[in-house]
Design a protein around this ligand. Structure first.
Ligand code: ASC
Length: 151
């Protein structure tokens, strides 16, 4: 007999692995979800970037807290790019996301990796280290926008 714990674990794994088409009632919901995740991620990354470029007074704890939120959010948008979510009134997603999906996935993973490094950088409390990581992370955001976002 399976233990309760293993049943709960299996259910949790299934919930995470559920296909995007099953997570969203309609394509517009997926589009709204991915845009929301990217907006919140950008807001929290922007606070760290603001400290790196001197627009916001540097506070190591605030930087670390915001980087951690941005890193968590960086995992979320991708579920919202499922099949059938390429068209919508509000999306600026380019067709290449679906026609060149391996490259899109690679770009998304690059950004997520830079976010992990950003979190590590903020934990050092060293502003120069944070500046370097912000530059790399922002570069990964931009590379994906340049290739996969319209206008
Ligand atoms: C941000 C943000 C982005 C990226 C991008 C980097 O703070 O919201 O989308 O940085 O502008 O070029």
């Amino acid at each position: 007999m399976k233990s309760i714990a293993s049943i709960i674990l299996a259910a949790a794994a299934a919930a995470v692995a559920v296909p995007a088409s099953a997570q969203f009632a309609k394509p517009e919901d997926a589009i709204k979800y991915r845009q929301s995740a990217l907006t919140v991620m950008g807001t929290h990354f922007g606070r760290v970037a603001g400290m790196a470029n001197g627009r916001i007074p540097f506070d190591a704890k605030v930087a670390a807290d915001n980087a951690a939120i941005a890193e968590t959010l960086s995992k979320l948008p991708w579920a919202g790019f499922g099949e059938g979510t390429d068209k919508g009134a509000t999306t600026r997603a380019k067709p290449e996301i679906w026609t060149d999906n391996a490259k899109f996935k690679e770009a998304s993973e690059k950004m997520q990796g830079e976010m992990v490094k950003l979190v590590a950088a903020t934990k050092t409390g060293n502003l120069d280290t944070i500046k370097t990581a912000v530059g790399a992370t922002g570069g990964a955001c931009k590379a994906c926008h340049d290739n996969f976002r319209k206008e």
